[in-house]
Design a protein around this ligand. Structure first.
Ligand code: UT7
Length: 325
């Protein structure tokens, strides 16, 4: 028993912010941002919530798959920027979609969140707990970013991407690896509310994203190729047999570094970060949706998905793009 993706969808906020717009806020330039990251612009929420963007992306993935909301059995939202602690974003999405028969919950693995959610769904489907799943990566990071910190505010964008997947006898997802290293949590963190109750008055730390960019950069270039190689080995495939590597869109230099370490040309690593920036858990499913809608995903094509980020967390998945049963 395996699981195949049969529909994709995405949603982006209306407001678009260019690098030149940011150069009016902080001491930066379009040239610096493009040269160091490859990012040219990003969508920024002016009111769209994580739940709204996720629901839009889910609706589009269901339409693409030709399935109804009441057929969904599992709904997982990967996010690290929910508006509410409770209820979960997934339950809000369930309600707005009318996915009345789904079990819904959120999962946070930062930029690797979509991969971790897809892996979880795969485990549910493989074990027979459910027959299908709607998996979403959705973020409004603009509310977690310090807009006076040029080291971080230039990187992130808001958006959501979703896939609908269902069980299949063979093919579909071929292998998965997941890793975490909590010892390196300090290199990318965002504090939550301080403990404040009648017995203690906690001091609020900075509520904004804080990052050691160089550390994250070298972790990604070192660990991601190892994870991909591990997943390929499990799937009995060589890197050369994979047509497209759909990676988390953090920085074009990270992606090129990973391609180099795998001994591959960067043209097998599609990118959209020039247009949408780093959308954390939404990066991979939004890019997958773009490729799907552009007709670039052909039946039987081998793909690798790989995400990495805060935690630290990273993972990779090898799949056979197989919409026909
Ligand atoms: O999803 C995972 C999330 N995290 C990431 O993806 C981050 C991964 N890391 C990176 O992408 C890169 O480390 C950055 C793009 C964040 C930074 O690039 P870098 O080449 O590592 O630059 P740096 O931090 O070493 O800074 C070099 C210089 C510094 O100036 P000095 O000290 O050399 O005078 C920075 O202050 O660039 C300066 N700088 C900037 N200058 C103009 C940092 N940010 C900016 C900026 N505009 N936005």
């Amino acid at each position: 028993m395996s699981m195949r993706i049969i529909g994709t969808g995405s949603a982006l906020p209306e407001k678009y912010v260019t690098n030149n717009d940011l150069a009016e806020l902080v001491d930066t330039s379009d040239e610096w941002i493009r040269e160091r990251t490859g990012i040219g612009g990003r969508h920024v929420s002016t009111g769209e919530t994580v739940a709204e963007l996720a629901a839009l992306a889910c609706g589009r993935a269901l339409a693409d798959a030709g399935r109804r909301a009441d057929q969904v059995e599992l709904l997982i939202v990967a996010t690290c920027s929910p508006e509410t602690g409770i209820p979960s974003v997934a339950c809000q999405v369930q309600s707005s979609l009318g996915a009345v028969n789904a079990v819904a919950f959120d999962l946070n693995a930062a930029c690797a969140g979509f991969l971790f959610a897809l892996h979880t769904a795969w485990a549910y489907v493989q074990s027979g707990i459910c027959r299908n799943a709607l998996i979403v990566g959705a973020e409004v990071l603009s509310k977690l970013v310090d807009w006076t910190d040029r080291g971080t505010c230039i990187l992130f964008g808001d958006g959501a991407g979703a896939v609908f997947a269902e069980q299949c006898d063979r093919g579909g997802i071929l292998s998965f690896v997941q890793h975490s290293d909590g010892r390196k949590g300090e290199v990318l963190r965002c504090d939550s509310r301080a403990l404040t109750n009648p017995y203690v008055r906690g001091v609020m730390q900075s509520p904004w994203v804080k990052m050691d960019g160089r550390e994250v950069f070298s972790f990604a270039v070192r660990q991601v190729p190892t994870g991909i190689t591990e997943a390929l080995k499990q799937a009995h495939l060589k890197a050369e047999e994979v047509e497209l590597f759909v990676l988390h869109q953090a920085n074009f230099r990270i992606i090129e570094g990973i391609a180099r370490r795998l001994g591959l040309d960067a043209d097998r690593f599609p990118m959209n970060l020039d247009r949408v920036g780093n959308m954390s858990s939404a990066s991979i499913p939004v890019l997958l949706d773009e490729l799907n809608r552009a007709g670039r995903l052909k039946e039987g094509m081998k793909l690798v998905l790989s995400g990495f980020g805060a935690g630290l967390t990273w993972g990779a998945c090898v799949l056979n793009w197989q919409r026909e049963c």
